[in-house]
Design a protein around this ligand. Structure first.
Ligand code: MCN
Ligand code: CUN
Length: 797
């Protein structure tokens, strides 16, 4: 374990200014992005391409009585109008979700959320398609909607999913995890118990580029080429094959440059399927690109968890147990991907970074008349909610015990010698060393001075708050014995080809949405083989060109594909040894490796570089038996465990006592993601995640009125943070490698989104101490902070 100052050379890098392997290498993809030469979905134009638009339901809950498309069909430029009935005839009206539920592609029976897909118009251009939507005449028979999840299980609540046989209520599931009796015994004997309802409101990832697809079905050879904004092209291909009956080898999915995903682009949306149907029906390529309102109102949201939290401790501040009862609002269709077989998913890491005696949670999922989704937004599949809950509870406990929140955490951390650490809900944390990370963040913050400053300000009536959070994440789904998505396991492939001149191409199964994979995966190969990163191309995002794998989410690219790439490079290195031995007329065991070449032990001048060996492999060298004439390799990597990155965050806020306006003045983030491949990219990931955190803590919420009208359908209403709302981030790091990952790396992509909201809310509540405020729910808008100061805290929805 080393603790290093930020900007110090990465210990793994040869020359930090010009790294061969790991280090602050500038991103290889940026020259095309900064010159406007990226190739996003809407940049794709195919000969004869048509345009699709979706008619969406204006109401949240209604029976579809009739739909008349005559006028729309007659509109100039319109080639087809597709309704649910048409899809029924093709057996495509319903599609499976990633949760073994089904979702209507187009409404056939009943509208179940505002913005649901009702009809699809295909026209010669986008404008004609949009205009024709206005000409479709739909009659609805209105039903009362279920909007508040707390009312979803009331006797007599309208049954939303009456399409499912035998269903008489809106309960989707009851999950339980941990030992209820053991936990109850610990709570019963604890000196101190505190309880709090903690709400994580519905938010949306809102990527810069909205979702879209271009479908090109060739009726002659039955081949479907589908360009899609997807984070998981291979998984989509398998699902399309199953749903549409198109043979899988005839489907090619291409995921071009993507302007942000943040989980929004994991699922399969009706629009994608409709573009495919549109292309099959018209015999021409069809493009569908949603607008911002469609994105905010109908694609995967995140969170929407109402959590009853309880924490038990001794009076000296030893935390004993955490217990929670959760009401999860999944919207009208259960589309929440749940890759783990652990019943409460990654939420069950609500035990946090603490050594507990017991833990128990119960999660009840309900249907409501809202858009489906539920995990997206840099969430590691509910770790966000889990960390928010436990970190709020620890702060509330600290207040009750009159202890410093940082000290309370330090007292309860899992100790370094306890790793690998099995928590009370069935996870085995691979490695961790929490105290140095916490201490480093406190040192960077000047924690003692900040507390002094706060006291002085309080005396002057100024509201300053200091918030601490510490998180452990579960990332890198995962071992195929524990994880799948609709039955597909999670081992990912990597293929590496070294060309005769020593240039290399590595093909990976994951797909970047901005994370810099073209750079970092080249760096892993560079580190292992000594080929300069600029001589290595990374191919991704095209199912015809890349090995199978389940895609990018849950920060799994580095833990899973990163492992695969390191191993495939090692396989090439091992093969190169045999070829070098043949070239040097010696035995493989007499060779020694130094970065980039094999040489004869004791005679460094006699050696062959990887480029020379590649040329030899493809050339005329007599190769040993069993070694074929190339320098290629492939692997499929089934990781033995997840990785568990962690971090210590400290936030300083100033609250305006007159208006309730919160200013995040400072934010200190110390992250540990094991071996760091590219510190600059990691910093970018952390900055982005922290900005997400400011958004969620202060302004973001997808809100509904009582009729189910979505009140957050544009960026005028759904506020996202800008440079104005964020401070200069202060980042630091520690390095605790993963013991099971080939290069010791853990994921980082979601850490800051997970860890920052509790730090910010803890800081705000801390600032409001003089007003007796012990909790407030996000988003902490000026109005809501002001209300909390008046003793009128209210839940967000
Ligand atoms: N990295 C590194 N060293 C490590 C860990 C990671 O240098 N020890 C680098 C990786 O090589 C990669 C990047 O950091 O270039 C993120 O890696 P990783 O943590 O493996 O996450 P993924 O690549 O799987 O990205 C997914 C993650 C998720 S789930 C969301 S949501 C999110 C996030 O990434 N969406 C993003 N960050 C995003 N960043 C951008 N720009 N756009 C998104 O949509
Ligand atoms: Cu949960 S958002 Mo990311 O895992 O794609």
């Amino acid at each position: 374990m080393t603790t290093v100052q930020e900007h110090a050379p990465n210990p793994a890098a040869g020359d930090p200014g010009r790294p061969i392997g790991f280090g602050r290498l500038q991103r290889k993809e940026d020259p095309r992005f900064v010159r406007g030469k990226g190739h996003y979905l809407d940049d794709i134009v195919l000969p004869g391409m048509l345009h699709g638009a979706i008619l969406r339901a204006p109401v949240a809950h209604a029976r579809l009585v009739s739909i008349d498309t005559t006028e729309a069909l007659a509109h100039p430029g319109v080639l087809a109008v597709i309704t649910g009935k048409d899809l029924q005839a093709l057996n495509l009206a319903w599609a499976p979700t990633l949760s073994a539920d089904v979702q209507a592609v187009l409404v056939t029976d009943k509208v179940r959320f505002q913005g649901q897909e009702v009809a699809f118009v295909v026209a010669e251009d986008r404008y004609a398609a949009r205009d024709a939507l206005e000409l479709i005449d739909v009659e609805y028979d209105m039903f009362p909607p279920v909007i508040d999840a707390r009312r979803a299980l009331d006797p007599g609540a309208p049954v939303i999913r009456d399409d499912i046989e035998g269903r008489t209520d809106n309960r989707i599931f009851d999950w339980e995890i941990g030992d209820a009796a053991e936990t109850e015994a610990v709570f019963a004997n604890a000196d101190v118990v505190v309880a709090q309802e903690v709400v994580y409101p519905r938010v949306h990832p809102a990527p810069m580029e909205t979702c879209g697809a271009v479908a090109d079905f060739d009726p002659v050879d039955g081949r479907l080429t589908l360009y899609e904004t997807t984070q998981a092209p291979h998984a989509h291909r398998t699902l399309y094959a199953i749903v549409a009956g198109i043979p899988e080898h005839k489907i090619r999915i291409v995921s071009p440059d993507i302007g942000g995903g943040f989980g929004n682009k994991v699922g399969i949306y009706p629009g994608y399927i409709l573009a495919v149907v549109g292309s099959i029906v018209t015999g021409k390529p069809v493009k569908w690109v949603e607008d911002r309102s469609e994105n905010l109102m109908s694609t995967s949201f995140a969170r929407d968890y109402i959590m009853q939290g309880e924490i038990a401790a001794t009076k000296e501040g030893k935390i004993l147990a955490v217990r929670t009862n959760v009401l999860a609002d999944h919207g009208a269709f259960n589309a929440t991907a749940q890759p783990t077989k652990n019943p409460a998913g990654f939420f069950s890491i609500f035990t946090g970074s603490y050594d507990l005696k017991a833990a128990y949670c119960k999660v009840t999922g309900v249907y409501t008349n809202k858009a489906p989704g539920g995990v997206a937004y840099a969430c590691s599949f509910r770790v966000t909610e889990a960390v928010y809950l436990v970190e709020r509870m620890v702060d509330i406990l600290a207040r009750k015990l009159e202890m410093d929140p940082a000290e309370l955490r330090l007292k309860n951390f899992i100790k370094p010698e306890q790793f690998p650490y099995a928590n009370k809900t069935g996870w085995v944390y691979d490695s961790g060393n929490y105290e140095p990370a916490m201490r480093l963040s406190m040192q960077m913050a000047g924690y003692e001075d900040l507390r002094r400053e706060q006291l002085e300000k309080r005396e002057r009536g100024e509201l300053m708050g200091i918030g601490v959070s510490f998180f452990t994440e579960t990332v890198g789904a995962g071992p195929r014995k524990h994880f799948d998505i609709v039955g597909l396991g999670m081992a990912d492939g990597a293929e590496l080809r070294v060309h005769p001149t020593g240039k290399a191409v590595v093909r990976i199964s994951v797909q970047s949405q901005g994370q810099g994979h073209e750079t970092t995966f080249a760096q892993i190969v560079a580190e292992e083989l000594g080929i300069p990163p600029e001589s290595i191309d990374v191919v991704h995002g095209d199912t015809d060109q890349t090995p199978f794998g389940l895609g990018t989410y849950g920060s799994r690219s580095t833990p899973v594909s990163g492992g695969a790439v390191a191993l495939v490079a090692r396989k090439v290195r091992d093969k190169a040894r045999f070829i070098a031995a043949a070239m040097l007329e010696t035995r493989p065991e007499d060779l020694e490796w130094e970065k980039g070449r094999w040489f004869v032990k004791g005679d460094p001048s006699a050696g062959k570089t990887i480029a020379e060996i590649a040329f030899g492999a493809h050339g005329t060298v007599a190769l040993p038996e069993g070694i074929d004439g190339n320098l290629d390799a492939e692997v499929t990597y089934d990781p033995p465990n997840l990785t568990f990155p962690f971090g210590a965050y400290i936030c300083v806020v100033d609250v305006d006592a007159g208006t309730g306006h919160v200013k995040v003045r400072r934010f200190i983030a110390v992250d540990d993601c094991g071996t760091r491949i590219n510190p600059m990219i990691i910093e970018g990931q952390v900055h982005g995640g922290l900005t997400d955190g400011v958004g969620m803590a202060l302004m973001e919420i997808i809100a509904f009125d009582e009729e189910g009208n979505c009140l957050s359908g544009s960026f005028m209403d759904y506020l996202i943070p800008t440079a104005m709302e964020v401070p200069d981030w202060e980042t630091g790091f520690t390095v605790t490698p993963s013991p099971h990952h080939p290069i010791g790396a853990k994921g980082i992509g979601e850490s800051a989104t997970v860890g920052s909201p509790p730090a910010i809310v803890n800081a705000i509540v801390d600032a409001l101490t003089p007003y007796g405020v012990t909790h407030m729910d996000m988003p902490c808008t000026p109005a809501r902070v002001w209300e909390a100061m008046q003793g009128r805290a209210r839940p967000p929805v």
